[in-house]
Design a protein around this ligand. Structure first.
Ligand code: GLV
Ligand code: MN
Ligand code: MN
Ligand code: MN
Length: 405
């Protein structure tokens, strides 16, 4: 039986030690945020660190052919395994906790179980999924979508980063795609993650259990007009796609507010991107999310209709292409209730996507959230206190002990 409590010192120190090992990797000294894109040098160093942690614990590592890593305590072939872990990759200038906290906590939870003399009755695996954020190849949860067969392997392999490198090239092989045999051996997946909103601050609890993930998706908007001279083209003669784009940003914000949904336009590419040239082309990306799938569909349709009408008035053209879609995820209710009782923790939904959301359609899955004092995430300002991280490790160890009985 685990007896550690948050007040004891050694776990704080071991948390700090592991955290400090990875803290410098991929940190941008100007922003203080992280540039840990999948399969680039910083992320490869983190994967190397993962292998060292596994070695130190005598847990053999297997890569699944899609870029996901799994370290095994017990026989990987035995079935009925419990998987825990998260991802190393970050958004551009992302925070330290989104992803890595779930992996660091997994190693420390293994240590807690071993220190308490727990010997799991079933295999326990620590996992690191590749390209969770979609920051390099555009599709979030790429590794888990491949493993589960939710994304076609040929399509994933052909996805290219901004420099034109394909996912297959970065991986060094064509992705293997769906692995039902591996999935079939996993009886439960638990992902611990930093909370990405203010829910836990408001509830004064250090750890929560997730109930659901809002349906969400990414849409690319291609605006085309006529490139021309900024000094000589009369205002009435312009066909300026930047204008239609600007309207889109405002329309998305307004339509989301009307529905209690979330819409964000945070990435844009402009051609030719010159101060004194009316652009010929603007590409923008819409991230939209809502509690209900119907609301999300309505939101995207409302934005599309308004933008098409605006383009007509601006003399530009616009097309909207869905780049990724994640349906509503309802985590296994029985499992969530069981863990909430075990931990005496609140249960709450989130608008953030996770590999756990992808796995949930295939294996009983749960998530633990660790309090984030500001609620800020996908930013260098993302934070969590050491005390709450230690509370997270203790909670995860308890959960793993319970599930591997
Ligand atoms: C991933 O973090 C997402 O929800 O965008
Ligand atoms: Mn994230
Ligand atoms: Mn994450
Ligand atoms: Mn995420």
């Amino acid at each position: 039986m685990l007896t550690h409590t948050v007040e004891e010192g050694p776990l704080f120190n071991r948390f700090r030690q592991l955290w400090d090992e990875i803290a410098p990797i991929g940190r941008d000294e100007h922003s203080g945020g992280y540039l840990r894109y999948a399969l680039t040098e910083p992320e490869l160093r983190l994967r190397e660190w993962f292998r060292k942690q596994a070695d130190a614990r005598d847990m053999p590592v297997a890569e699944d052919g899609n870029g996901n890593l799994f370290a095994w305590w017990g026989d990987p072939e035995a079935g009925n395994a419990v998987l825990t872990g998260s991802h190393f990759d970050s958004v551009p200038h992302g925070g330290a906790y989104d992803g890595p906290l779930g992996i660091v906590s997994a190693w420390l939870a293994v240590d807690e179980l071993r220190a308490a003399g727990v010997s799991p009755a079933r295999p326990l695996a620590v996992g690191a999924f590749v390209e969770e954020e979609g920051a390099r190849f555009g599709v979030p949860c790429l590794g888990s979508r491949l493993l589960t067969g939710q994304l076609d392997a040929a399509r994933a392999g052909a996805l290219r980063d901004a420099a034109g490198v394909s996912f297959a090239e970065a991986l060094g092989a064509r992705p293997a795609g769906a692995d039902p045999a591996l999935l079939g051996r996993i009886a439960a997946f638990v992902e611990l993650h930093v909370e990405q909103g203010r829910a836990l601050v408001d509830q004064t609890a250090p750890v929560a259990v997730a109930s659901a993930i809002w349906p969400h998706g990414r849409w690319r908007l291609d605006f085309t007009g006529e490139g021309n001279h900024a000094g000589t083209t009369r205002m009435a003669d312009r066909r300026d796609p930047m204008l239609t784009y600007a309207f889109t940003v405002l329309a998305a914000n307004k339509e989301a507010r009307l529905r209690d949904a979330h819409a964000t336009v945070a990435r844009v590419a402009v051609e030719p991107n010159a101060t004194n040239a009316i652009p010929s082309r603007v590409t923008g990306w819409l991230d939209a999310r809502a509690a209900e799938p119907e609301t999300l569909a309505e939101l995207v349709e409302a934005v599309r209709a308004k933008v098409v009408e605006r383009a007509r008035r601006d003399g530009t053209r616009v097309t909207l292409t869905e780049e990724s879609a994640t349906p509503l995820v309802a985590f296994d209710g029985g499992l969530a209730d069981r863990l909430a009782r075990l931990l005496d923790a609140p249960v709450l939904p989130t608008g953030a996507g996770h590999d756990a959301g992808v796995l949930a359609a295939h294996v009983p899955t749960a998530m633990l959230f660790v309090r984030n004092p500001t609620g800020v995430s996908h930013s260098p300002a993302e934070s969590a206190t050491d005390a709450d991280c230690v509370a997270g490790v203790t909670a995860l160890a308890k959960v793993l002990e319970e599930l591997t009985r």
